[in-house]
Design a protein around this ligand. Structure first.
Ligand SMILES: [Zn+2]
Length: 89
């Protein structure tokens, strides 16, 4: 995901803008793995293999989200790993 996309991405639940970004793995202007975070509703959205996965709760893949948090918990802030909606570790 090119970081310039941050200018267009809004939270799918409450349309909040801008989202915060936390990079786990990035290359110059491109984020390969990371998290988008909405400070209004505390939801996190993973960026996996360059793709930001901005889906409403009922379409989210809980197992994928939990595996993602487990794999990257060392590199992400506690407000995401331990407190984010719709689920956390
Ligand atoms: Zn939100």
């Amino acid at each position: 995901m090119n970081k310039k996309m941050m200018d267009m991405l809004v939270c799918p639940i409450d349309k909040h803008f801008p989202l915060e970004i936390f990079e786990v793995k990035s290359k110059e202007e491109s984020v390969e793995e990371g998290v988008l975070y909405c400070t209004q509703c505390s939801r996190f959205y993973p960026i996996i293999e360059e793709i930001p996965i901005l889906l409403p709760d009922d379409l989210r893949d809980k197992k994928q989200d939990m595996d993602f948090l487990k794999n990257h918990q060392e590199k992400l802030p506690e407000k995401i790993v331990k407190q984010a909606s719709p689920w956390h570790l």
